[in-house]
Design a protein around this ligand. Sequence first.
Ligand code: GLU
Length: 304
Amino acid sequence: MSLIQGVDMRSARRISTIAMAAVLTISAAAACGDDKKKDSSSGSGDKKTIELKAGSTMKKLADAKKVKVGVKFDQPGFGQKDPASGKVAGFDVEIAKLIAAEMGIPESGIEFVETVSKNREPFIQEGKVDFVVATYTINDKRKELVAFAGPYYTAHQDMMVKKGNPKGIKKVTDLDGKKVCSVKGSTSEKNLKEKAPQATPVLFEKYTECAEELRNDKVDAVTTDDVILGGLIDKAKDDFELVGDKFTDEPYGIGVKKEDTDFRNFINDVLEKSYTGGGWKTAYKETVGKFLSDVPEPPKVNRY
Ligand code: GLU
């Protein structure tokens, strides 16, 4: 009996030693995984690291640990600056953070610069920003001046009217003969001219200025992307409503210098990584997803 007990004691000790070793191995591996995650500091949700090619823009930015990003400052859900904290928040801001994180740049190393619709191309060309994430539709005309990674989201142009729709605007052609506010240098301005040529455009620098015009009955409607209007309506639900005539597709891209194909490809890699890793979905849910209930599937990246 005692012999059996002795054997049992020995095997029990051996088992516990093996078990202890296993625990140590597992925790060491976990710690190692954490470190790796911290190194690449990827918010994309995927631990795979993307190569920072020698001599490339991403390598230079990674070495400097600093990046300048053009975003909107007055578009709730995409890019909005809080005057009290000075912080900018929104889906575009989160996309910028994912890209910076892949270069090992912490949030404190990102300088957000306000870009309005009409200065996005010159800001990229003049190097005032390293890239732009600002509800920026990819199109051939803009591709003559800059290059685009993405798309990472597809919006649709729509219309915002006063609550109760007093002018009975149901489709884009109803804008003919009406005063319609939009923003200089936007696709919304161009599409308005094409789709409702009899409308009188009233043009500003920012969509918040258009919202004020509508509030004060100086215009009959505001037109731009549904998600931008959705953000403005979310802040003034008793004043405005969306018409719901999605009359264009607006694939949002990330603008970089025209010739910088390596940087464009790198950003496309980051986007795809955030699609598979779940980082894109989280970014969406925590920003624009708060007022748009469905989380869409991210669009397929176009490596043209
Ligand atoms: N997405 C459109 C554009 O890039 C309209 C929104 C905006 O002006 O940012 O022009």
